[in-house]
Design a protein around this ligand. Structure first.
Ligand code: HEM
Length: 157
């Protein structure tokens, strides 16, 4: 089914493309809650909610891409398709996406196991800060490379 952004993309691609414009600011706002306001509880709630929403979205997206949307047919009209630039941009995007899924899951699981409830500074803080930043920057990279792929495959004329 065609999307609603008026590009060559499907509905699901449009939803994910737009959703990342919300996920990235929410993620950095959640980190700023810790850094500025020391609101650890809200940071936890936002991160766990974001993780569950992303899990559902990524599952729906994968099912759609594998069984329903022929993204290659939709991208074929792109001037960057024949030269392989679209595929290369997808490979770069997938490198970010796959590592983000792994690191993100690891950060959440370890945080829920090792940070006390209610949350606050503890023995797990140093590990969590380092890997929390890696997870956040990886997610930013996933979004930026995803937007670039979307442009090259479904917008470029
Ligand atoms: C993927 C999910 C998460 C990411 C990306 C993330 C990211 C971060 C980052 C980057 C910081 C450091 C902020 C700074 O520079 O000071 C931080 C701090 C913190 N996070 Fe998370 N977080 C996540 C999930 C959670 C969860 C589930 C909890 C609670 C169980 C939690 C509790 C905390 C606490 C207590 C701190 C403060 C540590 C301290 O300053 O001692 N986070 N988080």
């Amino acid at each position: 089914m065609n999307g609603f952004l008026g590009t060559r993309a499907s509905i699901m691609l449009d939803v994910v493309f737009l959703a990342m414009f919300a996920v990235v600011p929410i993620l950095f706002w959640s980190i700023s809650l810790v850094r500025r306001g020391r609101n650890y509880q809200l940071h936890k709630q936002v991160q766990v909610t974001l993780s569950l929403v992303l899990l559902i979205a990524v599952t729906a997206f994968e099912v759609d891409m594998r069984f329903f949307t022929d993204w290659r047919a939709r991208a074929a009209a792109s001037p960057y398709y024949g030269s392989g630039v679209v595929i290369k941009s997808l490979v770069v995007h997938l490198c970010f996406a796959v590592t983000t899924a792994v690191v993100w899951t690891w950060v959440v699981v370890r945080a829920l196991r090792n940070i006390p409830s209610p949350p606050g500074p503890c023995a797990h803080s140093a590990w969590h800060k380092r890997w929390g930043w890696i997870a956040a920057l990886d997610m930013l990279g996933t979004s930026i490379t995803g937007w670039v792929f979307y442009y090259l495959a479904f917008i470029a004329k």
